[in-house]
Design a protein around this ligand. Structure first.
Ligand SMILES: Cc1cc2nc3c(=O)[nH]c(=O)nc-3n(C[C@H](O)[C@H](O)[C@H](O)COP(=O)(O)OP(=O)(O)OC[C@H]3O[C@@H](n4cnc5c(N)ncnc54)[C@H](O)[C@@H]3O)c2cc1C
Length: 445
């Protein structure tokens, strides 16, 4: 008889995991708290679009989904920085042709649900919220919107129920279970740059736009319809903060002073600012991610992070890929599979969280610093010449599948080394010189 798996949560990761498990021959039942997003429009919640990069593509490709996603993905080859005076600078993300991709969250989620249901015969149950789980037997209780409850027995349950996972909250009650959650002082709000009347983009399309302003920032990612979705990452408290901007005049005045070029780009700025929700951002860590051979957390339920490296979904997708490889390796021995998954993925969950916080500082602050931009240019230049000796941190994270924990460690060593290179007198004039190249080679050696 086919083994039965229950997945709680039909978000991005739950839906992809369902495809993976169905392809392995499991009977997969997915229970999702919300209504079917393919039939009803859901109210604004998490980001409208996301950056998909190598790890995500790799996991999608392994189950043949990448070909469908390609049709809805917009390559972003570089960052474009918008200064207060309206001047633009840019920074290529990787080597020529390397890009991260803007995809619609809803579009991608719906695609994965369709593929899971239609091609893999996964059963999806909507409006069912997981309210309880027996960790020892993998049976769970789901409550329908109408108040009725049902118990579902399975051989294994996957908690893909996101950052506020109910499955994890049951695990917390176990002895010696580690859990922490840390809300950062910033929240976010989405705003829209609509398309021009002829459907064209108001900004360069193949780029991620950033307005870096020190302790906060605005970013914009392109959508297929000619619009951009902007996200304002802003503190809750302080002189310039969600709390301090209370009136229409204050919001308009702030944008006019700090993001003046956006006034023409975001026509409904003030309305959207007050209509759209302000959402919080948190890092959630826990350990272990599994209970015996019965329960496993995946995606944000295991390692919710702040969005500054654009890696939360990519990390979740990579988790599905790794789990699948371990299932291949361990066969029916789920205990061994779960143990190894928890053991090898946990450091990478921590790694992606550390990297995400690091990149917040890079994006909001350093991308406005010419010295930082030069440093990154030197790294990219050197890496092109000596790809086996140097892969810049951004490339390790976004264009490779090197483990997050390893990338974070190597990146910190690289940073120390680059400080020495940046101390070379007149580095601005001789960054491409033989002298600098030799210095880097000797430092690496
Ligand atoms: C502003 C912002 C920007 C981001 N940008 C990026 C980016 O550019 N690139 C990137 O890789 N990542 C990005 N992320 C992170 C990404 O959104 C998440 O990592 C990803 O959505 C995690 O997927 P998930 O399926 O684990 O969780 P979710 O997407 O949260 O899905 C969980 C699902 O479970 C359901 N659910 C919850 N509780 C229950 C329950 N009790 N019972 C049943 N169902 C339940 C929910 O309704 C939901 O459908 C961003 C996040 C934010 C907030």
């Amino acid at each position: 008889m086919r083994k039965k798996v229950t997945i709680a949560g039909a978000g991005l990761v739950g839906s992809l995991e369902a495809i993976y498990l169905a392809k392995r021959g499991f009977q997969v039942e997915v229970y999702e708290r919300r209504p079917d997003m393919r039939k009803v429009e859901l109210s604004a919640g998490r980001s409208i679009n996301l950056a998909l990069s190598a790890r995500g593509w790799n996991a999608l490709k392994a189950v043949g989904v990448d070909q469908y996603v390609e049709k809805m993905a917009i390559p972003m080859y570089k960052r474009v920085m918008h200064a207060v005076d309206g001047s633009l600078t840019d920074q290529q993300y990787g080597q020529d042709g390397e890009a991260i991709y803007s995809v619609s969250r809803g579009g991608l989620n719906q695609l994965l649900m369709n593929l899971a249901g239609e091609q893999e015969n996964v059963n999806m149950h909507f409006n069912y919220k997981c309210v309880d789980v027996d960790l020892k037997s993998a049976s769970a209780t789901f409550e329908h919107n109408d108040g009725n409850q049902k118990n579902v027995d399975a051989d294994m349950i996957i908690g893909a129920d996101g950052a506020y996972s109910v499955i994890r909250s049951k695990m917390i009650k176990q002895d010696r279970f580690q859990y922490s959650q840390h809300y950062i002082e910033h929240g976010y709000k989405e705003l829209t740059i609509p398309a021009n009347s002829d459907g064209t983009y108001k900004l360069e399309v193949n780029a991620l736009h950033i307005w870096p302003r020190g302790s906060y920032m605005l970013i914009a990612l392109p959508n297929m319809d000619g619009s951009f979705t902007c996200t304002l990452f802003f503190p809750y408290e302080g002189e310039y903060s969600f709390n301090s901007l209370q009136t229409e005049q204050q919001v308009y005045g702030f944008f006019k002073e700090v993001f003046p070029d956006t006034l023409d780009l975001i026509p409904n700025l003030v309305e959207e600012y007050f209509q759209n929700p302000t959402s919080s951002l948190a890092i959630m860590r826990c350990n272990p991610w599994t209970v015996d051979d019965k329960v496993l957390l995946i995606g944000d339920a295991a390692h919710a992070t702040v969005p500054f490296y654009g890696q939360g979904m990519n990390a979740g997708f990579e988790g599905s890929f790794v789990l699948d490889q371990l299932m291949q390796k361990h066969g029916e021995d789920w205990q061994a599979c779960f143990d190894e998954y928890s053991k090898i993925r946990k450091p990478d969950g921590d790694g992606v969280q550390d990297l995400s916080m690091h990149n917040f500082i890079v994006m909001r602050d350093k991308t406005a610093d010419p010295k930082f931009l030069l440093q990154k240019k030197i790294e990219l230049h050197f890496s092109k010449k000596y790809p086996d000796k140097w892969l810049p941190l951004y490339s390790m994270v976004s264009f490779s599948t090197i483990r997050y924990s390893e990338a974070w460690e190597i990146g910190q060593q690289q940073e120390k080394l680059m400080q020495k290179v940046m101390d070379v007198p007149n580095i601005e004039d001789k960054w491409e010189s033989y002298e600098v190249e030799q210095l880097m080679l000797s430092l690496i050696a």
